[in-house]
Design a binder for this molecule. Structure first.
Ligand code: FE2
Ligand code: FE2
Length: 302
């Protein structure tokens, strides 16, 4: 971000999506927090789910309209100028709109994309790729979990960690265009077949383009680049590769190695780590590999 002051008006949002019950627009975000404008039609039931982590604070200021909020079995009618917020929420809170309501919605953690249509569609696609690629269930979730842990440990900014998490979930989206026979071919790939595989980082980046996730495009594009320039699609080297892409490369390889594939049995975590360590500096970023090893040790995996 090069500008420090962002000016917007109600026609110009960072992103917006329309739901059956109304619409939600993202007005601003930074340092993990988000400010949204939520419009809800009359007579809708709205639920605020407990967030993970529970420290999340969600603040709602009623700009227009009336709603009825249920709290500890008591109902309160709130009007324009009233506000309510949840912090350390343990149970779902429900409110009903009496009239059309416009809320200013502030959250200390990113929530917008979890509820936006774009993420749901992309996640459905990502899960399809996971199945198509015949990884055991949750490959992308595990890559995301490890990537975020590494990001935290090397002190990436909250904003970067957020993007890293989404890039990890969506890293292989482009494989949706790779025929199943090639993706799961037990033997060696021909040059032509490998050329088709090599397209997936660019195709994946294309799929997130024009969405709220623009910031992750380049990470997806680079997740098969290798330190010595032997990767694809561009053959980028060392410091030309984004740290987020280097993290995903290591986590993706580690998870792929420790998972049964059609053509081979899973490696043990120890064997996978040994193999990845032997490619430190040539394929993988040294600091990233060492950080993953630290995490696996701390978790008692190795
Ligand atoms: Fe990939
Ligand atoms: Fe992967």
């Amino acid at each position: 971000m090069d500008k420090e002051i962002h000016i917007g008006n109600h026609d110009k949002f960072l992103d917006k999506f329309v739901q059956n019950s109304g619409e939600l627009s993202l007005l601003g975000k930074g340092d993990g927090a988000e400010v949204m404008l939520q419009k809800i039609r009359a007579n809708e039931n709205v639920f605020i789910e407990p967030g993970t982590p529970s420290e999340i604070m969600e603040f709602f200021y009623i700009l227009e309209g009336e709603l009825e909020l249920e709290k500890n079995c008591k109902k309160a009618v709130l009007k324009s100028g009233d506000y309510f917020y949840s912090h350390y929420l343990k149970e779902t809170v429900q409110f009903n709109t009496i009239t059309d309501v416009t809320l200013l919605y502030f959250s200390t953690q990113p929530v917008f994309h979890y509820i936006s249509r774009a993420i749901k569609d992309l996640l459905i696609l990502a899960e399809k790729v996971d199945i198509k690629d015949r990884y055991t269930h949750d490959h992308i979730q595990r890559v995301k979990d490890y990537a975020v842990k590494i990001g935290n440990k090397i002190n990436l900014s909250k904003e970067k960690i957020e993007n890293l998490g989404f890039a990890a979930l969506f890293h292989d989206l482009g494989k949706i265009y790779v025929p199943d026979e090639i993706l799961n071919k037990p033997g060696k790939l021909t040059k032509d077949e490998f050329d088709i595989i090599k397209k997936h980082p660019l195709d994946g980046a294309g799929l997130v383009k024009d969405t709220y996730f623009e910031g992750i495009e380049e990470i997806i594009r680079q997740h098969h680049e290798r330190m010595d320039g032997s990767g694809y699609p561009y053959g980028l080297k060392g410091s030309d590769i984004l740290i987020e892409a280097k993290i995903i490369a290591v986590c993706d390889t580690y998870d792929a190695m420790t998972t049964d594939r059609v053509y081979r049995k899973a490696f043990s975590p120890q064997a996978a780590v040994k193999e990845i360590s032997s490619l430190k500096g040539t394929h993988y970023d040294e600091k990233v590999v060492d950080t993953l090893i630290d995490i696996l040790r701390e978790e008692g995996v190795i």
